[in-house]
Design a binder for this molecule. Sequence first.
Ligand SMILES: Nc1ncnc2c1ncn2[C@@H]1O[C@H](COP(=O)(O)OP(=O)(O)OP(=O)(O)O)[C@@H](O)[C@H]1O
Length: 185
Amino acid sequence: MYLEVKDLKKSYGEGGGYVQVLKGITAGVEKSEMCVIQGTSGSGKSTLLNCIGGLDTVDSGSIVVDGMEVAGLGSKALSDYRRNKLGFIFQFYNLVPNLTVKENIQVCQYLTKNPLDLEELLQVLGLTEHQNKFPAQLSGGQQQRCAIARALIKNPGLLLCDEPTCDGSSGKLSGDQFPACRQIE
Ligand SMILES: Nc1ncnc2c1ncn2[C@@H]1O[C@H](COP(=O)(O)OP(=O)(O)OP(=O)(O)O)[C@@H](O)[C@H]1O
């Protein structure tokens, strides 16, 4: 397995505000496999991705990526993991507003060891003519493609996508639209 999650538990808050979001998730994804996570709104999909991506801490359990335990890594090792192994497409894009499309992508290009070719990526994603625009000057779909390019430029071993093809207002894609993918509920 390239990604292996075992008995993962994660909660937020305390006292009356305590909520256990991940109640012992166990799942695995092979190298080159695509896997869809399905669940109702608020069920913990983003929380799971954030934990796997090292953006949030877990209460207990294990996350192994390419043979390396990620849960509990120190900050330097966690940075290396995020820089070189991981691409993350955020649900709300998280583009840097005062950087252009090209600069948003270049930030990740410069940080990683084996980046893809920037010009080619811009072209494939239909962003060449928009590369000097700022995020506020882009349509939702253009922002989304910029966020996808920023994740892909790192040529990551693991690509985590939090609703990458949904603009948050036009309805969600169902797993049925990804027949080649295995689904985790
Ligand atoms: N930082 C936080 N502090 C407290 N509660 C949180 C925090 N982040 C998420 N939650 C709660 O955890 C639960 C899971 O949230 P999460 O964003 O993972 O759901 P989701 O399945 O991705 O939802 P959606 O499909 O609507 O994006 C929700 O009840 C949410 O309110």
